[in-house]
Design a protein around this ligand. Structure first.
Ligand SMILES: [Zn+2]
Ligand SMILES: [Zn+2]
Length: 140
């Protein structure tokens, strides 16, 4: 069985240089429990490379987003989280009262993509979406 290629492998195939800092950032994302914030990545990188600036982390994340290797979503309250695209797509339901986050399958929004395409001639890229509302507990 072929393992899916990792992020650093794909980056170098795209012609990007794999600096030690980039490698650190990439492995922080790959080793995260599916989601990681720029601040969390920075904390890990700076432990090893004290001179690294957080803007390096943001620039690298920007690059990874551009080439489609990570997706980002804003889970509210400034909680922007990054997710490696290789691990598949999914979406989130975020409770605005208790902050609970429920992960949902990407197929859940497939119908919405369909409606947007046919009714609005708009091809939505719903790869990592947060939908805000109230969870079951908070509506009791
Ligand atoms: Zn996510
Ligand atoms: Zn709730």
């Amino acid at each position: 069985m072929n393992q899916p290629k990792d992020i650093s492998h794909q980056l170098s195939e795209l012609g990007y240089r794999l600096t030690p800092q980039r490698m650190m950032i990439v492995s922080a994302i790959e080793n995260s429990d599916n989601h990681i914030s720029a601040e969390e990545i920075y904390t890990q990188v700076v432990a090893k490379y004290p001179h690294v600036n957080i803007s390096t982390v943001y620039r690298t994340l920007e690059l990874l987003k551009q080439v489609g290797l990570v997706t980002e979503t804003d889970l509210g309250e400034g909680r922007v989280k990054y997710h490696p695209a290789l691990k598949g797509h999914h979406h989130h339901l975020v409770c605005q009262k208790c902050g609970a986050i429920i992960n949902i399958d990407e197929s859940t929004l497939a119908r919405l993509e369909d409606v947007l395409l046919h009714r609005y001639n708009f091809s939505a890229s719903l790869r990592h979406v947060a939908i805000f509302g109230l969870c079951g507990n908070c509506r009791k």
